[in-house]
Write a protein that binds this ligand. Sequence first.
Ligand code: NAD
Length: 390
Amino acid sequence: MSRRVIRFGVIGCGLMGKEFASAAARWCHLTDVTFEPRIVAVCDAVPAAAQWFSDRVPSVQYAYSDYKELLANPEIDAVYCAVPHNLHDRLYTDIIASGKHLLGEKPFGIDAEANRRIREALDARPDVIVRCASEFPFFPAVQQMVQWVNEGKFGRIIEVEAGFWHSSDLDPTKPINWKRRIATNGEYGCMGDLGMHVLHLPLRFGWKPRTVRALLSNIVLERPDASGAPVPCETWDNAILACDATAEDQSFPLVMSMKRIAPGHANTWFLRIAGTELSAEYSTKNPKQLASMPYRPGGKQAWQVADVPYVGAYKAITGSIFEFGFSDSILQMWAAFCDEVAASIDGRAMMQPFYCATPAEAEGSHRVFTAALASQRDTSAVAIDWEEAL
Ligand SMILES: NC(=O)c1ccc[n+]([C@@H]2O[C@H](COP(=O)([O-])OP(=O)(O)OC[C@H]3O[C@@H](n4cnc5c(N)ncnc54)[C@H](O)[C@@H]3O)[C@@H](O)[C@H]2O)c1
């Protein structure tokens, strides 16, 4: 079967750039897809980072240190850009203006102003497909929850909790890096770093926070730099956002948390939806298990926990009894992005309906984070106007 090849350039060859290289290298894992990514060019400001690709990814023909050279290469159809947040708006706007499709990393601009510039670039190039990375909704159990929401199975929503928790920053000797500095990570702190993962599904479901009361904490105030000397660690470590969410015909509490210091939690992403007819809970801590409780008036309230089969949005060679993990969710997210790009070229629909996070959803996350900063400053609940330009 001949597949449509999408030729990629990777800008930012760090942690996430490498994850894409790995996903592209195991494309044979997916059984029915009619498209495939091919990484032909890479760019990193640090030559050794780009060299990692040249040494390991046979399809790489070009390695650059200036991203503008990569954008000038006509042999590239699409770009994955995974760079520090302070660079998002300059690089994303240039990528979009070059006419190449873009999967950009969150938070899609270091702040609301940067995000607005990215959206303006997109308004000028509506022919370019632009999406924001967010992989957790591709876990099979989460896809099941998405289906239940779309089918209206929960009845009236009672409340929703969503979160993404890390814990390595509990160690005060962990050295400072760009994610702990305002200049490179942004005022949002942990919200900019972790928040899009939490907001992606609520926003996809149309659950817009009408107000937000934020509790932001900066717990570790200094960290060692490369020489071991203590330097300020300026960014918010933890955020709890208590929101009053509205859907089409109902409103309910939506509590979201993004934590860099949640003791014992390494990359725990979770979603809990309580409804009058169905409740469901999922956490990547137990990646196979989905808990749910259907309810009828007067009926028994009994939770059931099921091992969810390995059935992703895109079919894979893995048997259904085996476990799905982080790198599988990255692979599925890449399949969704490449499917959307290939579908736009070939004039067809996507192979399945769940598409990657959109620029509009990223904009929604900026509305929430900007209001959260105001809420923390004023120690009050802040209203979010979804009609007003951000
Ligand atoms: N989707 C996820 O699960 C996930 C996880 C971690 C990080 N991220 C996001 O990915 C992005 C990158 O994070 P990371 O953890 O990969 O960071 P990283 O520090 O590991 O990698 C960033 C790379 O960008 C390079 N770089 C810096 N300036 C550059 C420039 N001008 N041109 C080209 N390259 C440049 C750096 O040298 C580095 O190799 C961020 O937006 C972050 O929020 C997403």
